[in-house]
Structures are given as structure tokens and as C-alpha cells.
Design a protein. Structure first.
Length: 359
């Protein structure tokens, strides 16, 4: 912009003064610089707004334009950590483990739950030794570790078709045990006047059939629909529950966020516009990583409230699972049964999820 103003000022001055030196060397250099800078700016805009994301390079994608991570630090949920934020049981645990600890891993949004379970039940460990048994490598890697037998129990959303195929190729079959209910939510900037979308409208947005908020009663702005990586928990639910048999186009570079935190921050403040839309899990968006600059959307007129999740009337109510493979160890089975017990379900509610047994 500064260069443009400078060049325009020079041109205007020359024209007004009718200076015959206008086309001399210096003016020509200014003009060339202006053309080059304008061309670079135009190309950068084209490159970001038109170029399709190359999925092979997902891991290299920077979280946001400022290069700052917006993800929650999982250290604050580490079992036995100093001043961690894990919820505790109201009464003494009815079971405990002092050896042969089941190895746990799972999704980011489930970590505060199974970390709290480990802190309540695993005896004889501390903040350093717990790392050998309880990790959060996130959905895709955690499912891979489960397939390889590196962990005993996965906590989180259902596996993707690719994850199931990878397991079958290794002679492994996933066993899913539902333990809680959760909502898959869509959110927009707090400045976006749209509060409610239908399932069909969301599908049309993500298939690029609807590209402007004005069609939906919003501002005259191009819709920026963010997506997550393939095989992440939220992307798996997006494909399976929301899009169903409809295809999901590969996102543009500017429509992609590697982490759930990055998606929330992008929707909240993307270039100071209110045009973005994203998705996540209710617990993550409201409990782990709340942002006052986003709002959750109602779907078909139904809010993603605790009561609507419990009753199953919210359209995108999902199950949170314990996932195992084949025969499990005695202690793993003991842990699973405790999670399904009244005390285990009570801890799930205390953590912020909806108890599965009370639905």
C-alpha cells in the first residue's frame, strides 16, 4: 500500500507539472517496482484462496497465519502433575491398580477424562512414571498404537474407515464400548448474525453449493469452511455423521487447520472477518479451549445443550468410546467395567461429558 501511494503520488505530481522527465530512468524504475509488488500481492492472494491443499503436506501446515499455536497444553491434565486441572472422585475409588497398569491413549478431547481415571485408580506412580502408561498422542496416532498393540485401551470417537482397514490389514479388529455421550458442534464468529443451520445447509456449505452467508440470512461475505486432517477424530465424525454419503471436497490452503484449537482461533479471528465456520466437540470447544469470540450453532433449531445431548434430540449427538482389540487383560477388563459403573459414570459427568448410562 505504501509503495502504491508513493508511485501514484509521483505520477500525479509529474502529470500536474507536465514534467517531460516523467519517462526518465527513475520514474521507470518506480513503475517497474510497483508492477512487481502488485503482481506478488495478487499471486499470494490467488495462491491462498484458490490453491487446493496437498494432503501429503498436512503435517507441515502452520496452525495459524501468525505462526502461533492455539492448542491446549496437555501438561495441565497430566495425572499427578502439580496443580493439574483433573477432576477428582467424590468418594474413595472402589477399585485401584498397583501394578500391571492398563496402557491408555486417545483423543485430545478425551484426555481430561481418562487422565482423571488414571489419577484416581493408578497407585504407586507419579507425574514422571505415569507417562509410561498414560499418553495423549491424539486420535490418528493413538489408533495406530492400538493396532500395533502398544496400548491396551483407546478413548475417543469412532475409528475412520482407513483406521479400520489398517487394523484389519494387521489382523486386528476393534471392539467399541460406548462410555459417554457428546455433541459434535459447529461454530462461527460471535459477530456472525447466523445462529442456526439445517443439516442440508451445512452439507451445502461444505460442498461449496452455498458460498455466501447472505443466502443464509447473514452478511454479504464469502463463507470460509474450515476442515481438519483426515483420520482426526473430528474429521471422521464430519464425514460419517454430517456428510454421510456426500463427498467432502479437499479444502483450500486457507480452509485448513491441523488442530482443533487452531480451527477455533481461526474462526474467531480469521483476518478480522466473521465469515468462517468450523467444527469440534462440545467439551473441547466449551471446556478445554473456550473462546468468547465464537458461538455454537443450533442444528435444525436444536441447541447442543447437555439436556438435548442426554435425550439424543441434538442431531449430532455422538458416542465416546473405549476401544480395545480382541481379548483384553484382566486389569483392562476391570477398568472398563469400572468406567461403566455408577462411580465411573459419575466421574465422566464431573469431567463435563454426558453419562452414557443415564441417557
Amino acid at each position: 500500500m505504501i509503495y502504491a501511494i508513493t508511485v501514484v503520488t509521483i505520477i500525479a505530481t509529474r502529470v500536474i507539472s507536465r514534467d517531460k522527465t516523467f519517462f526518465r530512468k527513475r520514474a521507470f524504475v518506480y513503475l517497474v517496482v510497483f508492477i512487481l509488488l502488485s503482481g506478488i500481492a495478487a499471486y499470494q492472494h490467488f495462491d491462498r484462496s484458490v490453491k487446493v491443499l496437498a494432503w501429503d503436506y498436512q503435517a507441515e501446515r502452520i496452525e495459524d497465519e501468525a505462526g502461533l499455536s492455539s492448542e491446549v497444553s496437555l501438561r495441565i491434565y497430566r495425572p499427578f502433575g502439580d496443580n493439574n486441572r483433573l477432576k477428582t472422585l467424590d468418594d474413595a475409588a472402589v477399585i485401584s491398580f498397583d501394578g500391571d497398569y492398563p496402557k491408555l491413549d486417545g483423543a485430545t478431547a478425551a484426555y481430561p477424562v481418562y487422565a482423571a481415571m488414571a489419577q484416581a485408580l493408578y497407585k504407586g506412580l507419579d507425574k514422571n512414571t505415569i507417562e509410561n502408561y498414560v499418553k495423549c498422542t491424539k486420535t490418528d496416532e493413538a489408533y495406530e498404537r492400538l493396532t500395533k498393540g502398544e496400548i491396551d485401551i483407546f478413548f475417543g470417537a469412532q475409528p475412520s474407515a482407513q483406521q479400520i482397514s489398517a487394523a484389519q490389514a494387521n489382523g486386528v479388529e476393534f471392539v467399541l464400548t460406548p462410555i459417554a455421550k457428546e455433541a459434535f458442534v459447529f461454530f462461527v464468529s460471535i459477530d456472525n448474525p447466523v445462529d442456526d443451520l439445517t443439516i442440508g445447509e451445512i452439507q451445502d456449505i461444505y460442498q461449496r453449493s452455498i458460498v455466501n452467508w447472505r443466502v443464509l440470512g447473514g452478511n454479504n461475505e464469502r463463507i470460509l469452511p474450515f476442515q481438519r486432517p483426515e483420520n482426526s477424530g473430528s474429521q471422521t465424525i464430519m464425514l460419517a455423521m454430517v456428510m454421510k454419503e456426500k463427498t467432502l471436497p479437499t479444502p483450500l490452503w486457507e480452509e485448513y487447520a491441523t488442530g482443533m484449537g487452531g480451527m477455533i482461533s481461526q474462526v474467531a479471528q480469521y483476518r478480522n472477518y466473521s465469515s468462517a465456520i468450523g467444527y469440534s466437540f462440545r467439551f473441547y470447544a466449551t471446556g478445554m479451549n473456550p473462546n468468547e469470540n465464537i458461538k455454537l450453532l443450533a442444528i435444525d433449531g436444536v441447541e447442543p445443550s447437555i439436556e438435548n445431548i442426554r435425550n439424543g434430540v441434538y442431531p449430532f449427538t455422538i458416542d465416546v468410546y473405549i476401544v480395545t482389540t480382541g481379548a483384553v487383560s484382566e486389569n483392562s477388563e476391570k477398568l472398563i467395567q469400572w468406567v461403566l459403573s455408577e462411580q465411573g459414570q459419575s466421574l465422566i459427568e464431573t469431567c463435563g461429558y454426558v453419562s452414557y448410562m443415564q441417557g
